[in-house]
Design a protein around this ligand. Structure first.
Ligand code: ZN
Ligand code: ZN
Length: 332
């Protein structure tokens, strides 16, 4: 065992060992489903010779989904400490004061955007890295909010709104959604989009595999009863997984369209700065189109941190729709 740990140092850490075990289990489940199909279904082998592109496309989806799984599991959710470091490095390089990056607070779409390419960093840099980060975070909260509200008691960093400390990763995560045990990583601002696409890929693979299993069971070839029993059992498990994936996809699509996270939705009453906001208000929503754009396009190269809405913005969101606003799609 010691030799094994020397060859693969990652195995000596129990957390990483169990994460590796889960990843192996995921690969095995995929291989078992596809392997049994190719092993039992002689028709499929015949079909492979007749229409090779059909099976080639299926195998392409199969491997693309596995690759997507590994890419998502290795992706960073956007750790607060990394943004802080990015700002610190840029800060020490440029040493230029007042590089303001906050957009006008009057618009309902206001948000604080920090570009990582170095053009904009923060504002009111007072010589100290921590201070400039503190100022940035402070600007995102309503005036008068105590610093204790946004300082993480575990890693002692100032959290912008929507960030949360993950006890599995032991770091604060920007726009924390949840810690995914299957992927072995957190889902946050930077990898939520990738996670959504991974669910889509996994669901497409489940549907296609299900179709192949059903066509095997419906074919009139004589075969051993135990083969049918195995295929039926696997098909039942596949259907359950498919329902779960479909619900997960619908749930995350709803979150994306309303610019929410799972954590915010489930624990809204326990998040101090969201407690006072009425339930039917989506505090960070900028409209469906802008939420979608922000989710798909504005996350890979920049850290976009949403400030808390002002009382006026909440009032505006609460205002009932007029006929004209329904026609002109105010919600978009
Ligand atoms: Zn923390
Ligand atoms: Zn985590």
């Amino acid at each position: 065992m010691d030799r094994c740990y020397r060859l693969f140092p990652c195995l000596s850490d129990p957390a990483r060992r169990s994460s590796l075990g889960l990843k192996l289990a995921m690969v095995m489940v995929h291989l078992v489903y596809a392997g049994i199909l190719f092993l039992f279904d002689e028709d499929l082998i015949e079909k492979m010779k007749r229409v090779p592109w059909y099976i080639a496309l299926y195998l392409l989806l199969f491997f693309a989904t596995l690759v997507q799984y590994f890419i998502t599991s290795c992706s960073s959710p956007g750790y607060v400490i990394d943004v802080m470091r990015t700002i610190n490095v840029k800060d020490s390089v440029f040493q230029t004061p007042s590089m303001a990056s906050k957009q006008p607070a009057s618009s309902k779409n206001r948000s604080l955007v920090i570009t990582v390419d170095g053009s904009q960093l923060g504002r009111n840099l007072l010589g100290s890295d921590t201070t400039s980060w503190s100022k940035l975070v402070m600007d995102l909260y309503p005036p008068g909010t105590s610093a204790r509200t946004w300082t993480c008691s575990y890693c002692n960093v100032e959290q912008p709104p929507r960030a949360k400390h993950c006890h599995d990763c032991d770091k604060c995560v920007l726009q924390f959604d949840h810690h995914c045990a299957w992927l072995g990583t957190c889902i946050g601002q930077d990898n939520h989009c990738r996670f959504w696409w991974y669910i889509c890929g996994e669901m497409a693979l489940c549907i296609w595999t299900g179709i192949l299993y059903i066509s095997y069971l419906k074919s009139n070839i004589s075969r051993a009863w135990w083969k049918d029993a195995i295929m039926i059992l696997l098909l039942i498990a596949l259907s359950i997984a498919l329902i779960f994936l479909l619900l997960l996809l619908l749930f995350h699509s709803y979150l994306i369209l309303t610019n929410q996270t799972t954590y915010e939705l489930v624990r809204r009453r326990r998040i101090p700065y969201l407690r006072s906001i009425p339930e039917r208000v989506y505090p960070f929503s900028k409209g469906i189109c802008k939420n979608l754009y922000g989710f798909c396009c504005a996350r890979s190269s920049i850290y976009s941190m949403d400030p808390l809405p002002t009382p006026q913005e909440i009032e505006e969101k609460l205002r009932p729709y007029t006929c004209l606003e329904v026609v002109t799609c105010r919600c978009c």
